[in-house]
Design a protein around this ligand. Structure first.
Ligand code: HEM
Length: 124
């Protein structure tokens, strides 16, 4: 997948676009609110590292921060259906602005949906 996506520069742009959308698009306001008080450039940095390993490239997240333990690390945040849907909305928009092929976008999005569902705690 890492090769199909186009490598780290493509991942970096995807994540920068993703957070820029989250920070400015009113549709994503509840998802953005879960990040309140955090340095979004740091959040972006961690997601770039994570996606590298998750897509089969260098395990940058594991090397720098240890095991991702996504469920545990998202525990402090109030993630309901609304927040998860908004996260996915931002990611879909960022994917559509990327150079990634539509086929690979669809595969990635399917996997993002599964992770987002796993992280949803309060099915409102
Ligand atoms: C379902 C909706 C989601 C919400 C509302 C959400 C929210 C957050 C928040 C608030 C943070 C903390 C940012 C920071 O410490 O700077 C975070 C971290 C992170 N998120 Fe999510 N997230 C969601 C889904 C996902 C998904 C689907 C993935 C992966 C595919 C993901 C991967 C990560 C990673 C790798 C981190 C950094 C963890 C760390 O080192 O602390 N998140 N997320």
């Amino acid at each position: 997948m890492y090769e199909a996506v186009g490598g780290q520069l493509v991942i970096d742009k995807l994540v920068d676009d993703f957070y820029a959308i989250m920070a400015t698009d009113p549709v994503a306001k509840d998802c953005f609110a879960t990040h309140q008080g955090r340095d979004l450039s740091e959040s972006a940095h961690k997601l770039k590292y994570f996606l590298s390993g998750w897509l089969g490239g260098p395990q940058l997240y594991v090397e720098n921060f240890g095991h991702p333990r996504l469920r545990m690390r998202h525990n402090p945040f109030d993630i309901g259906v609304k927040e998860a849907e908004q996260w996915l909305y931002c990611m879909k928009k960022a994917l559509s602005q990327s150079s990634i092929s539509l086929e690979t976008q669809a595969k990635m999005f399917g996997a993002f949906v599964q992770v987002a569902q796993m992280l949803t705690k309060n099915p409102d």
